[in-house]
Design a protein around this ligand. Structure first.
Ligand SMILES: O=C(O)CCC(=O)C(=O)O
Ligand SMILES: [Fe+2]
Length: 257
């Protein structure tokens, strides 16, 4: 029987995550110790409290990113999951595609079991190889998210705590990525944030705030979150209606099951 790993996601189109049951934990076959942390220079680490987050703006060239975007947009696995929320079924606005290297690995979130594929298309294999070589570690799962325009977004959430390293490759349109500490001190500017769009507009104006950060995810960039980051921080990609082009992200994860 497939082992379930739940993805924590408090997205506007997601219900609160349910913790894996004790019996499922007892069936773990991939232990956290089997995964290594990513190796990234300290010069690329964001100066944030309780976080181990790195941003590599030039992971690959803009030309390579364009080529990957064209190929990835055409893979077979894209679909819109049907989420079950408060007894209702809704279709998620973001198309996703999910792949795992281990056939017994599955992911569930917001009342939906993700349609996992195990046959990586060659381009996805190539991208994973590049990410693994760059970070000197390995991944067993990748989730692709397609944002057709700035109207497609992902709400504020933290990823599953059982993820050791999360590495996101961005292809296509530049989007704003907002990081917020879950418990900023009362006098932190992060407390004074308004709606996501106005926060997006403040991008890069709050570099010195160690409890809140907006950054632009460039095409061909790589963002890495690891260590205790998910315990203390949430992240989101807000709506940005002025963005007309497509962005695809590939989020590589180390799922423990
Ligand atoms: O698209 C991105 O870069 C972020 C995706 C994300 O946060 C997620 O899939 O959990
Ligand atoms: Fe996430």
């Amino acid at each position: 029987m497939a082992k379930m790993t739940k993805r924590r996601d408090s997205d506007a189109d997601a219900e609160p995550a349910i913790k894996p049951s004790a019996s499922k934990r007892a069936r773990k076959t991939v232990d956290a110790s089997e995964f290594k942390s990513a190796v990234v220079g300290d010069d690329l680490r964001l100066p944030l409290t309780d976080a181990e987050i790195f941003y590599l703006p030039d992971f690959v060239s803009v030309q390579k990113a364009e080529q990957w975007l064209r190929q990835i947009a055409k893979i077979d696995g894209w679909y819109r999951p049907t989420l079950k929320m408060y007894g209702r079924e809704i279709t998620q606005s973001r198309e996703i595609a999910a792949y795992a290297t281990d056939r017994s690995l599955s992911v569930k979130y917001s009342g939906t079991t993700v349609q996992m594929r195990y046959d990586y298309p060659p381009v996805l294999r190539e991208i994973q190889r590049c990410v693994e070589a760059q970070l000197e570690t390995t991944f067993n799962h990748v989730m692709l998210n397609k944002y057709d325009s700035g109207n497609v977004y992902i709400g504020k959430h933290a990823d599953n705590l059982e993820n050791r390293v999360i590495a996101s490759v961005s292809l296509g349109a530049e989007r704003t990525f907002i990081l917020s500490h879950k418990k900023p001190p009362t006098d932190s500017p992060a407390k004074a944030t308004g709606d996501p769009f106005s926060r997006a507009k403040r991008a890069n104006h709050d570099v010195a705030d160690p409890y809140h950060r907006s950054l632009k995810l460039a095409s061909g960039s790589l963002l890495v979150m690891q260590g205790e980051t998910q315990q203390h921080w949430k992240h989101e990609i807000p709506k940005e209606p002025r963005v007309k082009h497509q962005r695809i992200s590939l989020t590589f994860r180390q799922l423990v099951f």
